[in-house]
Design a protein around this ligand. Structure first.
Ligand code: NAD
Length: 499
């Protein structure tokens, strides 16, 4: 079995801990590689080397750093298909989804090419008599990115792009389920001109994450993953005096008003609910129609669309709708939650249980499920299922639907489908969720805006990518200056001495 490595000081380095975890091809259920789980010593060594390399990188002017980003972007483009295949192999998502994963990461690298503009400081001329003020943005030093399995290219790129463009060195700890894409990206960013040691990929599990959180040299932590781990990491990083932004899980609702275009709403729900097997933090997992007639019209349209979904391995062609889930344990958990929905009284309209993919019987495939008559007390409503399961909660008014979203503990994304501008506008203003779609089911902001949830979907301050990332990965220093030397007419200088 292939043995993966860490990537330290520009080289692939074997793990020394003797501890490994298996990386699977979720479509076949086969273990295809083993990834080393780093020790505290390995992590501390990688951080010390990163700190050394960071000094020269921070002294490299922003325009030169931006040029590395430009070349990195070109290399990502050149290797798009190879990277997408690596994503799909270890994650299971379809090839178009794999390319989308790389593309959305690349878009953040493209914004990082504008680092000189984004890092410009502020200046006040004559803030007092002869007094000028200016502020500058300086890198934090060594920072860490800890990333989840579900976007093996995009989220590592969201972390490394802004961190490196700002002059930091980064310890990237990718998900142990899909580590190969990060290792390949590390090779490519080196090829683009990043000096050795400025990006270190350290593989591992909780042991190495705790070592990152306790290492005094690490100044900032950007985490993306599930809510309990996000909250834990935020608490421990903050207690150790680090800057931290930790993005967590989600339960995203889509409200469908009676005046919405029902066909478009149904299409959107199927794409946003079942795409990437529901393993997106911005997936819509709850449909909230307003009125019984809306709910019935929606079910009538959803069922045939869901029954037509083509589930399969990424190798089966571009028309596959979604692939397997990440592990056997994830599949068992999703099946268990569907069972609980039935036991707790929801109406299972489309039953994905017991789905077997012909020729891939050991793969982690899960059939699509649709529930109607779901209520907020049920586990399928309370839990982030992170699988191809859509729940419909019926409501009788816009206010009831809005309050359902407001009362939900998560606040990552939400959407409303309606033909009425006033209702949409009211929703956008009143809802306590970070990213809002109007007739748009997955409102992931473009790379020059910023991405971040509210409530239990994010801990800490500032969002990911865009201008916020440049704030997160830099410290502001403000200088107040005046001079007492007086204005010279030139005769005071001894020009001979300066020859
Ligand atoms: P996860 O929380 O299990 O793992 C994320 C990272 O944390 C991994 O690198 C993992 O090795 C590490 N980790 C896991 N357990 C740990 C522990 N006990 N202590 C320290 N570190 C630990 O998440 P996942 O299953 O890889 O990803 C799916 C989750 O990520 C979902 O909840 C999804 O909603 C969320 N997510 C959120 C966003 C967002 O921007 N809000 C984006 C993508 C995914």
């Amino acid at each position: 079995m292939k043995e993966l490595t860490h990537f330290i000081n520009g080289e692939h380095v074997k793990g020394t801990s003797g501890r490994f975890t298996e990386v699977f091809n979720p479509a076949t259920g086969e273990a295809i590689a083993k990834v080393p789980l780093a020790t505290v010593e390995e992590l501390n060594d990688a951080v010390a080397k990163a700190a050394e390399a960071q000094k020269a990188w921070a002294a490299t002017n922003p325009q030169r750093r931006a040029r590395v980003m430009m070349k990195f972007g070109a290399l990502i483009n050149e290797h798009m298909d190879e990277l997408a295949e690596l994503v799909s192999l270890e994650h299971g998502k379809t090839l178009p989804d794999g390319r989308g994963d790389v593309q959305r990461g690349l878009e953040v690298i493209e914004v990082c090419m504008g680092a000189p503009s984004l890092l410009k400081g502020e200046y006040t001329d004559d803030g007092g008599p002869g007094i000028d003020l200016y502020s500058m943005r300086q890198p934090l030093g060594v920072v860490a990115g800890i990333t989840p399995f579900n976007f093996p290219a995009m989220i590592p790129l969201w972390k490394m792009g802004p961190a490196l463009a700002c002059g930091n060195a980064m310890i990237l700890k990718p998900s142990e389920r899909c580590p190969s894409t990060s290792l390949r990206l590390a090779e490519l960013v080196m090829e683009a001109g990043l000096p050795a040691g400025v990006l270190q990929v350290v593989n591992g599990d909780k042991e190495v994450v705790d070592a990152i959180l306790d290492n005094e040299t690490v100044q900032g932590v950007g985490f993306v993953g599930s809510t309990p781990i996000a909250q834990y990491i935020y608490g421990r990083a903050a207690a150790n005096g680090k800057r931290a932004q930790c993005f967590g899980g989600a339960k995203n609702h889509m409200i469908i008003m009676p005046d919405a275009d029902m066909d478009k709403a149904a299409d959107a729900l199927v794409g946003a609910g079942f795409g990437a097997a529901g393993e997106r933090c911005m997936a819509i997992s709850v449909a909230v129609p307003v009125g019984e007639a809306t709910a019935d019209a929606l079910i009538e349209r959803l069922v045939p669309r869901i029954e037509k979904l083509k589930v399969g391995p990424y190798t089966a062609g571009e028309d596959v709708d979604y692939g397997p889930v990440i592990t056997g344990a994830a599949k068992a958990r999703i099946d268990g939650l569907v069972d609980s929905g039935v036991e707790q009284g929801a109406k299972l309209v489309v039953d994905g249980r017991g789905f077997k993919m012909q020729g891939y019987e050991n793969g982690f495939f899960v059939g699509p499920s649709l529930f109607d008559n779901v209520t907020p007390e049920m586990d399928i409503y309370k839990e982030e299922i992170f699988g191809p399961v859509l729940s419909q909660v019926r409501t009788s008014s816009y206010d009831e639907a809005l309050n359902l979203v407001i009362d939900n503990p998560y606040g990552n994304g939400t959407a409303i489908f309606t033909a009425d501008g006033d209702t949409a506008r009211d929703f956008a203003h009143r809802v306590n969720v970070g990213m809002v779609g109007i007739n748009f089911p997955i409102p992931v902001p473009l790379s020059y805006h910023t991405f971040g949830g509210w409530k239990k979907s994010a801990f800490g301050d500032l969002n990911q990518y865009g201008p916020d990332a440049f704030r997160f990965y830099t410290k502001t220093k403000t200088v107040t200056a005046r001079w007492f030397s007086g204005i010279k007419d030139g005769s005071q200088f001894n020009f001979k001495a300066m020859d």
